[in-house]
Design a protein around this ligand. Structure first.
Ligand SMILES: [Cu+2]
Length: 120
C-alpha cells in the first residue's frame, strides 16, 4: 500500500510538471518573437508597460467593455474594440510609445493608458 501511494504521488507530480511546461509554451507562442500581449479589462491596460524588440508586435486583447488603443501622437489607432476583439500593432523603430483609450483615458498617461517600450 505504501508503494502504491508513492507511485500515485510521483505520477501526479509528473503530470503537474507537464501541464506547467505546456502552459508556458502557450504563453511564449502567443507573444511571438519578442512581442507582447496586453489585456484590456476594468478600464485598464494590463500590464501598463510592455517592452518588446523592434520589428515585433503587441497584441491587445479586449476582455470587456468598449475601448480603443490610440497612440498619444495619433500616428496609429485601433478601431473601437468590443469585448472579445483583439488588435495588433507592429513597432519597427526603437523608442517609447505612449498610448491611451479614447473613451477612458487621455494623452500623457491619464487613466486608461499604457506605454510600449521598443528596444533593439
Ligand atoms: Cu477604455
Amino acid at each position: 500500500m505504501r508503494i502504491r501511494h508513492t507511485i500515485i504521488v510521483a505520477v501526479l507530480a509528473a503530470l503537474l510538471c507537464a501541464a506547467n511546461a505546456l502552459s508556458q509554451d502557450k504563453e511564449k507562442a502567443s507573444q511571438g518573437k519578442g512581442g507582447a500581449k496586453v489585456t484590456l479589462s476594468n478600464n485598464k491596460f494590463e500590464p501598463k508597460t510592455v517592452t518588446i524588440k523592434a520589428g515585433s508586435e503587441v497584441t491587445w486583447e479586449n476582455k470587456e467593455g468598449t475601448h480603443t488603443v490610440t497612440a498619444d501622437d495619433g500616428s496609429w489607432t485601433s478601431p473601437t474594440l468590443s469585448a472579445g476583439q483583439t488588435y495588433n500593432h507592429k513597432f519597427d523603430k526603437p523608442g517609447k510609445y505612449p498610448y491611451y483609450c479614447t473613451f477612458h483615458g487621455g494623452k500623457g498617461g491619464h487613466h486608461m493608458s499604457g506605454v510600449v517600450n521598443v528596444t533593439r
